[in-house]
Ligand binder design. Structure first.
Ligand SMILES: [Zn+2]
Length: 290
């Protein structure tokens, strides 16, 4: 086990599995309709718990666990090896621990980690799992549909568990961009300059931060990385390159529609961060004027 300890801290986790927008519900036999969605939005806006509304006869594929149950399961013997969600939470714990050590005066505030299925409400609007794992700056949360992530990994050949750690580290990389002000500076320049280059730069920087984290975590012993883990991360970074995804989904490559960079660029961005082991090695990837 590459982690330095086996303790899993679920305090930053918002587990919405089994109660998302797309969860089948036994009303009218169909999925959650417009009325249900409005109801859900209303309840969310009031800060209430929506789970009780959705439990009557609903067949959920979620774990249906309370936070205490999730914590107990993830801290049971061998849980990190056995359960994908516990592994992802543990990765998230170690990613936050390492980044916190890089910020002065304990000023690092971790993002929340939201598990959902199919669709969920976010500070950035309603999101479907088809967009893949993502980070929303407005509510400073990383959103992951584990089932969809697994399918995505299989489809695009991002094999291995460290591929998941890389994905979480990439999303937390976007969180760093929010904390450091890069995200707001990019938003301020929108409409001017080369927006595609900026968007790709933001993604490559998140890959670079994931590489920096990997190196720092390895050095500090939080997560020891063998050649196998490094390969899994580099393969995953390449597998989600725009050229690879376009080739797989539409059978041709169209660089004008790239949003995240090519396989080669993403792999290189991770490696740049990994070799430098310093966040400032990633600064120039986002083409902002000083
Ligand atoms: Zn990203």
């Amino acid at each position: 086990m590459p982690f330095d300890d086996q303790r899993v801290d679920v305090s930053g986790v918002d587990d919405r599995r089994g109660r998302g927008l797309g969860t089948p519900i036994a009303v009218g036999g169909g999925g959650l309709g417009l009325v249900g969605i409005l109801l859900l939005l209303l309840v969310n806006a009031l800060g209430g718990d929506t789970s009780s509304l959705l439990t009557g006869g609903a067949s959920t594929s979620g774990t249906g666990e309370t936070t205490a149950q999730l914590s107990a399961r993830c801290n049971s013997d061998g849980a990190i090896d056995r359960y994908e969600d516990c592994y992802v939470i543990k990765s998230y714990n170690e990613i936050n621990e390492v980044w916190a050590s890089q910020f002065s005066d304990s000023s690092y505030e971790p993002p929340r980690l939201v598990f959902f299925e199919q669709a969920t409400n976010t500070g950035c609007g309603t999101a479907s799992s088809e967009v893949g794992p993502f980070y929303c700056p407005s509510d400073r949360s990383v959103y992951i549909d584990l089932g969809f992530l697994k399918a995505l990994q299989q489809r695009f050949g991002a094999e291995g568990r460290y591929a998941q750690t890389y994905i979480v580290a990439h999303e937390v990389g976007h969180h760093l961009q929010t904390l450091t002000g890069t995200e707001s500076r990019v938003r301020a320049t929108q409409g001017r300059g080369d927006t595609q280059a900026l968007a790709i730069g933001v993604e490559l920087q998140a890959d670079c931060y994931a590489g920096v984290w990997s190196a720092l975590a390895n050095r500090a012993g939080n997560f020891s990385i063998s050649e196998r883990e490094l390969d899994q991360a580099l393969n995953a970074a390449a597998a989600v390159g725009d050229d690879r995804i376009q080739q797989k989904t539409q059978g041709r490559v169209d660089p004008e529609r790239w949003t995240h960079g090519s396989a080669q660029q993403r792999r290189q961005a991770f490696l740049t961060g990994y070799e430098a082991a310093r966040g400032d090695a990633c600064t120039s990837l986002v083409p902002l004027r000083p």
